[in-house]
Design a protein around this ligand. Sequence first.
Ligand SMILES: [Zn+2]
Length: 467
Amino acid sequence: MNESNPRKFKFRSALVETAPGKPEWRNNVVVTIHAGQIINVQPDVVDAVGTLVEGAAIPAMVNVHSHAFQRGFAGLSEFRTASNDSFWTWRNLMYEFVRELSPEDVFVIARQVYLEMVIAGYSWVGEFHYLHNDPAGKPYANRGEMAGAILRAADETKIGICLLPVLYQRSGFATEHVEEGQLRFALANDDYFGLLEICQKKTRNTPDALLGMAIHSLRAVGRNSIAAALEYRDAALPDCPIHIHAAEQTQELEDCLAATGKRSIEYLLSTFAVDPRWCLIHATHMNQSETENLAASGATVGLCPTTEANLGDGFFPAQEFLSHNGSISIGSDSHCSVDVRDEIRTLEYGQRLKTRNRSVLGTATESVGRRLYLACSTGGGKAIGVATGSIAIGFRADMIVINDQHPTIAGAAQDRLLDRLIFSNSGNPISKRMIGGQWIGDSELQSAWQKSSDEFFNLNRRFLGSR
Ligand SMILES: [Zn+2]
């Protein structure tokens, strides 16, 4: 962000917030940007001011939950390995894939998936980073080697990154140890805090990178270690976001119940001070009181609908959670799809299939597409602790422009544009992308794509062999 003077762009049409919490479509909107931030939004400007941008501007989306390396494995587990293939059999295949990955391999995979995210309209990624150790399970000479590869990939693709180094210590509630396949993920508390210090130095002074913390899950980290991590956060990284996988699988719910006498979300809420800085990934299996209490905590849920469908997780109680003003966001998680529209559509379709109704997550005043897109863009910003996800004064200039002449949109009035975008899915109608006040041009994207996809292809050929 080295521009010294504010720049003005005049959008033919834009979904802006001129009053807090009240996004509305306006025409001829002049947005003034300085140092990556939106410093003014002025609708209905008749005069020729700034650079004219055709199309419809909307906030770019935050991808709150990514395991970048899993992109290398997407689509390779779609065959039966047992009479009841499940999350747990998928996980074994994932461990096999991860066994040999080098930091350079992780860089190549992460750069490819981050580029795919930028093309899909994501401006930020929450990287839930747990591949810390070398193939033998020993720390690299530089403990931040893998985290560095991830940050380099984000920097090269210009996506904003909230790096979430993960604490991972055991294979289940009843043990204090990891399995062999998890050795690359495991860190003792002090090693974890050392890694955070390294990552803090790497992300400091970088406007497009920031540091958060993550607990892998209740099954992978015990109560005392979680408490120690939260103490560390209060002392060293106050207010940083904290993410955790929670209640994704019924098996975990049952194990948590057996170990603690409480269901996963119930245990989390009653044991730790869960507040708006938290993001619970999945939170699929909740009863009514958990749903209400989680919504009231102000924490955001990171939904990963295509991955949850791929892994057969179950249905998130979305209607109930939203009716209690719960905060939601989306993530592409295992990257079986890297497509904002696919995530939102799958979220709504899951609810339709469950309830045998239509337009389940819409309201009398807000269509499904509009409600979910805006809930996820603002919830996403909150989940990573960044003012993004709205075109409004004080927010980062992270936005995309939809070509309203594209066949998938054509003819839709502003109020229907987000529905057309999500539920009429033919091609990619995004014509422009801005991250942190910088346009990412088509030719820049094309040459980055050529380089990245070639190297990604070579990596796959090496890894897949005869698979
Ligand atoms: Zn995950």
